[in-house]
Design a protein around this ligand. Structure first.
Ligand code: SF4
Ligand code: FES
Length: 271
């Protein structure tokens, strides 16, 4: 905002600067995991189009705190699109109208006067902790079930003595970009976690270092996602369309291929 004698929204040349946006927010408020939640309407004013969506929520929270009200709880950490902590349903879309993380969504994607519905991820495997914050530890347990390697990888020079085909390394790196945000689950009508699990299975399964546990990894991780209560994959593709890292449906095909091979080879879940 430029402050001049002509007023807070005028440029030095006298041209009126575009004012910020006035928005109506309908936010899911829920005191705790077992409390009944409801949508509550708030107004925010003079929101810059250059703010991120989370900065806009910061403005709302400052307003609530100044009024003596409880601020809205929501998850965030890096605010750079890399940690996977943020995640909101925005007007019914996981991470909102752009294929990016909630922290990298900017208010220029909205217009002055808009009403915006803001809800937590909706999946029984991601129970609400408070307001917009959900418990995503189910993902951690899927990783614990097999998302690791146990082979000694040696020192850096030794790594160069293990050749990896370019195509495999590219596909492994693509799968490894999954940040565990959970948008795939939230976007899926079945609340399936297949895209997440497939990304984690694939990025290790394509590399030489991931081979010793390859069969056990896939059966145990798929078994764990079933135990957590995620739904089955029916190839709808909403997961990939919502994924901020563009993890492809092909990754799920790779998981299914690995799973069949592992079951045929006699691998069975640990528990
Ligand atoms: S696959 Fe994509 S949407 Fe799903 S957790 Fe990973 S980054 Fe998020
Ligand atoms: S806060 Fe880290 S990805 Fe959004």
């Amino acid at each position: 905002m430029t402050i001049t004698e002509a007023g807070p929204h005028s440029t030095p040349g006298g041209t009126p600067e575009k004012r910020g946006m006035n928005l109506t927010l309908r936010v899911w408020r829920q005191q705790g995991p077992t409390a009944k939640g409801k949508m509550v309407t708030y107004k925010v004013t003079d929101i810059s189009p250059d703010m991120s969506f989370l900065e806009m929520l910061d403005v709302l929270n400052e307003q609530l705190i100044m009024q003596g009200d409880d601020p809205v709880a929501f998850d965030h950490d890096c605010r750079e699109g890399i940690c996977g902590m943020c995640g909101l349903m925005i007007n019914g879309q996981a991470h909102g109208p752009q294929q990016t993380t909630t922290c990298q969504l900017h208010m220029r994607s909205f217009s002055d006067g808009d009403s915006i519905d803001i809800e937590p991820w909706r999946a029984s495997a991601f129970p609400v902790i408070k307001d917009l914050a959900v418990d995503r530890r189910a993902f951690d347990r899927i990783i614990q079930a097999g998302g690791y390697i146990s082979v000694p990888t040696g020192t850096a020079p030794e790594a160069h003595s293990t050749p990896v085909p370019k195509k495999d390394s590219d596909n492994a790196f693509d799968a490894a970009t999954c940040i565990g945000c959970g948008a795939c689950v939230a976007a899926c009508p079945n609340a399936s976690s297949m895209l997440f699990t497939a990304a984690k299975v694939t990025h290790l399964g394509l590399l030489p270092q991931g081979q010793p546990e390859r069969n056990d990894r896939v059966v145990n991780m798929v078994h764990q996602q079933d135990l957590e209560g995620f739904g089955g994959c029916t190839n709808i593709g909403e997961c990939s369309a919502a994924c901020p890292k563009g993890i492809s449906m092909e990754t799920i095909s790779r998981l299914n291929h690995d799973l069949l091979g592992a079951l045929r080879a006699g691998a069975r879940p640990k528990s």
